[in-house]
Design a protein around this ligand. Structure first.
Ligand code: PMP
Length: 402
């Protein structure tokens, strides 16, 4: 018998499995709303102009292919921290933020999870919003943490369950770790307001919770990287020693380049140096050092005034196109088709995703009858819609809910 005969078949990934089904479908009307990757007006992957220019600049400089240090390209991580925390940030200016490059946002979460499992002295429990990005649970579990949930989404209002959220954080044991989506919550598209963030910060302080921010969509939610950093910067201004996972997959369209950063606020430069040394010890046996090219692209954009403002315009362009698709979908469902149900959440939700409220049976019917693919929880990537397919999509949803 083979050595591996007892290995059971695992389930397909709930998100990437949708793309596999989409690829196998030969109908020309097919639409993939599963994966969270931006598509342009023609439904095609989009390489930002600022990224193309940065690559030209890089090629002209004839860079070598040497290894990066364990914690990555130092110029890049410095600029990534500036982008997240802002020029006014006290810990940034006092040199007490430990930061390392990571393999995109996933890698940042994994480094953070592993670091907390090893060095956070108080708790091994992390609270995730319910629901959360599907990969959060396996990432933290594989990091050695115990995963629990706090209420986040109210199915009745298709909005934030703020009462439940506050009650669950208040009931969590002191010093627990709490994962917060900095903006553009995935999968619901529902974010706390600025006033609600301030209240969450107060509870986190009162209960001495350890806030771990996942910021995978800075700039993508509102079109402004500063506005989308509100929650992170508010928490830092309130003295929280946050952990932060950053991804440049969405806001620079660098998905496959795997560019990200993990950072942790420490109390002073000496403590930061000790944390840095332990981050290296976490990372070295995982993958030695991070990939070079994507970090060089991001570093070039963030370090060049003209490219930076071009990039800001392109981020806003992506956010605006998504917002216009929300308006168009809402209008088509409610005004043109008079589709039964309440669809206001399509317009009010934020970021790449909309939690449509479609049931898993309806999503199945949409795949089988209309060749439209989404995750079974009814989440759609708004970026997969464009002026050529949005009417067909709306009509198919209309048919599915009647
Ligand atoms: N966190 C959230 C909430 C996400 O939606 C994603 C991307 N789907 C990530 C982290 C990480 O993505 P990546 O590893 O591609 O940066």
């Amino acid at each position: 018998v083979s050595t591996w005969s007892a290995v059971p078949a695992g389930p397909p990934d709930p998100i990437l499995g949708v793309t596999e089904a989409f690829k196998a479908d030969k109908d020309p009307r097919k639409i993939n709303l599963g994966v969270g990757a931006y598509r342009d007006e023609n439904g095609k992957p989009y390489v930002l102009g600022s990224v193309k220019k940065a690559e030209e600049i890089l090629t002209a400089s004839k860079p070598d292919k040497e290894y990066l240090p364990i914690t990555g390209l130092p110029e890049f991580t410095k600029k990534a921290a500036l982008l997240a925390y802002g020029a006014e940030s006290a810990p940034l200016n006092s040199g007490s933020i430990a930061v390392t490059q990571s393999i995109s946002g996933t890698g940042a979460l994994r480094i953070g999870g592993a670091f907390l499992a090893r060095h956070y002295p108080h708790s091994k429990v992390v609270y995730l919003p319910v629901p959360s990005w599907g990969n959060h649970t396996p990432i933290f579990r594989d990091s050695g943490l115990e995963v629990r949930g706090y209420r986040y989404f109210d199915k009745g209002t298709v909005g934030l369950d703020f009462v439940g959220l506050k009650a669950d954080l208040q009931a969590a044991p002191e010093h627990s770790i709490v994962l917060l989506h900095a903006c553009a919550h995935n999968p619901t598209g529902v974010d706390p307001t600025q006033e609600q963030w301030a209240q969450i910060s107060d509870i986190v302080k009162e209960k001495k919770l350890m806030p771990f921010f996942d910021m995978a969509y800075q700039g993508f939610a509102s079109g402004s990287t500063d506005r989308d950093a509100f929650a992170v910067r508010h928490f830092v201004s309130q003295g929280h020693q946050i952990a932060l996972a950053q991804s440049f997959a969405k806001n620079m369209g660098l998905y496959g380049e795997r560019v990200g950063a993990f950072s942790l606020i420490t109390s002073d430069a000496a403590e930061k140096a000790r944390v840095d040394s332990q981050l290296k010890i976490v990372i070295r046996p995982m993958y030695s050092n991070p990939p070079l090219h994507g970090a060089q692209i991001a570093n070039t954009i963030l370090g060049d005034k003209l490219l930076y403002s071009q990039w800001e315009g392109e981020v806003k362009g992506m956010a605006d196109r998504i917002i216009s698709m929300r308006e168009k979908l809402y209008g088509t469902l409610t005004h043109d088709l008079k589709t039964p149900g309440e669809w206001g959440h399509i317009k009010s939700q934020i970021g790449m995703f909309s939690f449509t409220g479609l049931t898993s049976a309806q999503t199945k019917a949409l795949a089988e009858k209309a060749h439209i693919y989404m995750t079974a929880d009814g989440r759609i990537s708004m970026a997969g819609l464009n002026t050529s397919n949005i009417e067909y999509f709306a009509q198919s949803v209309d048919a599915a809910v009647r």
